[in-house]
Design a protein around this ligand. Structure first.
Ligand code: GAR
Length: 204
């Protein structure tokens, strides 16, 4: 079966990108191939992970490019140049407009570090999500992998996993546990599921 061509969009440390690269090396992503990494800034450590894995990477910075249109045009060009069929947002902190997401229905997935619909939407990203969960006092949080549409964190849910909150948690300790117990497992599973479905759609 022809592998689905995947781009991973990142902004920071790239541990979720690493989980995908590791899954690919371990044969756990048989229906897909990571062909491109796009970083929203040139400082992203994720770029070093891409280089080490031998995956081509480009930087598309909203700030450098000056407008949302130019930013999304640069992303679209890179995706087209690499024949990308599935986009994975893995800690990508720039907003994609409705004009962009409409062009990729059921072809963009995102990992979010809470159990959607809790602690999600505009302004909830990274450590802020875990801070909000701790402030509220919930005893269980988790991660969600979902399709991306025009509503922030509002697309159809693919996979979710719950993670306990412990009494002495800080946003940092909680973030780490949610990554280890949920995100790094769920994201490769969800990417494989969607890549397989796309592959089936291409069969004669
Ligand atoms: C992850 O926890 C991811 O779920 C979160 O940012 C972190 C990125 O870490 N994403 C969001 O909050 C998106 N709303 P990473 O760069 O090490 O993968």
């Amino acid at each position: 079966m022809v592998k689905t061509r995947i781009a991973v969009l990142v902004s920071g440390g790239g541990t979720n990108l690493q989980a995908l690269l590791d899954a690919q090396s371990a044969g756990q992503l048989p229906s897909g191939e990571i062909v491109l990494v796009i970083a929203s800034n040139d400082k992203a450590f994720a770029l070093q992970r891409a280089e080490k894995a031998g995956v081509p990477a480009v930087v598309c910075s909203r700030k450098e490019l000056g407008s949302q249109e130019a930013f999304e045009a640069a992303i679209s060009r890179a995706l087209a140049d690499h024949g990308v069929e599935l986009i994975v947002l893995a800690g990508f902190m720039s907003i994609l407009s409705e004009a962009f997401t409409r062009q990729w229905p059921d072809r963009i997935i995102n990992v979010h570090p809470s159990l959607i619909p809790s602690f999600c939407g505009k302004g909830f990203y990274g450590l802020k999500v875990h801070q909000a969960a701790l402030d509220y006092g919930v005893k269980v949080t988790g991660a969600t992998v979902h399709f991306v549409n025009e509503i922030p964190d509002g697309g159809r849910i693919l996979l979710q996993k719950a993670v306990d909150i412990l009494p002495d948690d800080t946003p940092e300790t909680l973030q780490r546990r949610v990554m280890e117990q949920a995100e790094w497992k769920l994201l490769p599973q969800a990417v494989q599921l969607v890549a397989e479905e796309i592959g089936k759609g291409k069969e004669p």
